[in-house]
Design a protein around this ligand. Structure first.
Ligand SMILES: NC(=O)c1ccc[n+]([C@@H]2O[C@H](COP(=O)([O-])OP(=O)(O)OC[C@H]3O[C@@H](n4cnc5c(N)ncnc54)[C@H](O)[C@@H]3O)[C@@H](O)[C@H]2O)c1
Ligand SMILES: O=c1ccn([C@@H]2O[C@H](COP(=O)(O)OP(=O)(O)O[C@H]3O[C@H](CO)[C@@H](O)[C@H](O)[C@H]3O)[C@@H](O)[C@H]2O)c(=O)[nH]1
Length: 454
């Protein structure tokens, strides 16, 4: 099928590459000329597992092209995916939908044959009705269909989540739109692994917002239990393990820590909460507000934990911070909890020296006041405290790191705000390990190279 993907950021680039992998003839439209140049050369302007390989394969093979021009998409495609951004408005009162409205307004008058517009961006309920009115008003040809097909991919797994989704959700209102959607996803549907859910646009919009709110709520529930554990001496890692064995709860998406961040959960929860309040659903709004309040509280809890581990003050303390990305597997630092923590530690007088395996240039731009190093051990050099800010396997599953970092630091104190490391190998290498919602793990051998602390 001839398809276009309009807006080639984190979602659109992965989607365009995956559509080419499914066998479609794809044109990606990206308005930012610098990003577009990188994409046309077969490189993503950010790190996403497996994406560069797919881009290189299909740009070289000719099944994937990029342009800055919407007219190129209108000429080429019978189905147009819209994957532009929906950031939160600066006042926090819902999404800024200018990119979505702008893309649809600009594309529709250019269309000169029947085709289907498939929205993938996350929008609040009611947006599709507004966009349908724009399509009805501006289409110059009959048969321009509008479908909303929310995306559930996770960054760090974007390629695999797109090629092997667990569900394909579409809000639509015509047989022609349904046929187009079934055709574009035919290679996935033929495998019989993904559920296709065809519904009305409002249900699709609410289901996407509800999914992210539910994921955020599960994380906040674990973090609320971490708060209880901190006051009782209980261990939140064990508590969540016990809960996760129950199939009605499940173990995934319940890791406690500094709270959720990234380009999706924080802004999607805020926009949904705003819409829910507009609609007058007061009890739903109360629940969503509580989810966000718990999340904000975890940043405070993390700052206090680092301060306690430092001996009561952060003034003049050198912190080696491992991780800047909002989670492992991505270079994305949008709303990154690790960088929020770095900022707060700096405000309290600490010098913060950061390493990240993929996100360094993005972090440097987002938080210039910190210092940056090319390796984890360089970030650890002379540190009074080492902090795990992002749960990269390089940090949390690296058996060499506890002993290698031990000879770099001034004090053997590890603070893991992601509750991701197994304290045993660190304690065996002489470290005190401080984690949110868990008792402190003391060194199990006397440290050879540095004074014990904590
Ligand atoms: N990032 C994710 O993992 C993810 C997952 C599911 C859903 N979403 C949703 O997908 C949407 C996009 O998210 P993202 O993270 O990719 O955002 P992003 O900011 O990384 O990408 C959006 C891109 O669209 C481009 N753009 C805007 N208007 C354009 C136009 N008229 N023509 C061409 N290009 C245009 C921008 O330059 C930008 O590169 C959002 O609604 C988001 O909530 C994102
Ligand atoms: O048990 C967990 C799981 C995640 N997180 C944090 O929560 C945030 C979001 O993580 P995740 O959901 O894995 O990442 P995203 O890539 O932002 O994906 C979410 O947002 C996307 C955009 O809407 C959706 O498509 C996905 O389904 C949804 O998982 C990150 O800061 C994680 O560190 C935790 O603290 N504990």
């Amino acid at each position: 099928m001839r398809v276009s993907v309009i807006g080639c950021g984190h979602l659109g680039t992965s989607h365009a590459a995956a559509m080419a992998e499914l066998g479609h003839d794809v044109i990606g439209v990206e308005q930012d000329p610098e990003k577009c140049r990188a994409l046309a050369a077969g490189r993503a302007p950010f790190f996403e597992t497996g994406l560069d390989e797919l881009l290189a394969k299909h740009t070289a093979g000719g099944r994937l092209r990029f342009s800055t021009e919407l007219a190129a998409a209108a000429d080429h495609a019978e189905l147009h995916f819209v994957a532009v951004g929906t950031p939160l408005r600066p006042d926090g009162q819902g999404y800024d939908v200018d990119q979505v409205v702008g893309a649809v307004r600009s594309l529709v008058p250019l269309l000169h044959r029947p085709c289907t517009i498939v929205g993938k961006s996350t929008v609040t309920v009611g947006t599709v009705t507004r966009l349908q009115a724009i399509v009805d008003q501006l289409a110059n040809v009959p048969g321009v269909e509008l479908v909303w097909n929310p995306e559930f991919l996770r960054e760090g797994h974007a390629v695999i989540d797109t090629l092997k989704p667990d569900r394909i959700l579409a809000g639509l209102s015509s047989t022609a739109a349904r046929k187009a959607l079934e055709e574009v996803y035919a290679p996935i549907l033929a495998r019989g692994e993904a559920q296709l859910i065809i519904t009305d646009p409002a249900t699709a919009e609410v289901a996407k917002s509800a999914a992210n709110a539910c994921l955020a709520a599960k994380i906040s529930f674990a973090n609320a239990m971490a708060e209880v554990c901190e006051l009782t001496g209980a261990d939140v890692a064990e508590v969540t393990r016990v809960l996760g064995i129950d199939p009605r709860i499940g173990p995934l998406g319940m890791r406690p820590g500094i709270g959720y961040g990234g380009g999706c959960l924080p802004k999607d929860l805020a926009a949904f909460t705003h819409r829910v309040k507009e609609l007058g659903a007061v009890r739903a709004a109360g629940l969503l507000d509580a989810v966000e309040a718990v999340n904000q509280g975890r940043l405070e809890a993390a700052v206090e934990l680092v301060e306690r581990a430092a001996g009561g003050t952060l003034d003049g303390v050198r912190v080696g911070l491992l991780g800047a990305a909002f989670k492992a597997g991505t270079s994305d630092v949008r709303d990154s909890p690790a960088l929020r923590l770095a900022d707060r530690l700096h405000l309290r007088g600490a010098t913060v020296v950061i390493h990240d395996p993929q996100a360094l240039p993005y972090a440097q731009r987002a938080l210039p006041l910190a210092q940056y190093r090319e390796t984890a051990l360089e970030a650890a050099a002379d540190a009074d405290l080492l902090v795990i800010g992002t749960e990269w396997p390089e940090y949390v599953a690296n058996p060499q790191l506890p002993s290698a970092a031990a000879i770099m630091v001034r004090r053997l104190v590890l603070v893991d705000v992601r509750t991701a490391v197994d304290p045993a190998p660190w304690s065996a290498a002489g470290w005190s390990v401080w984690q949110l919602g868990r008792p402190v793990s003391r060194p199990t051998v006397p440290p050879a190279t540095a004074a014990p602390a904590g």
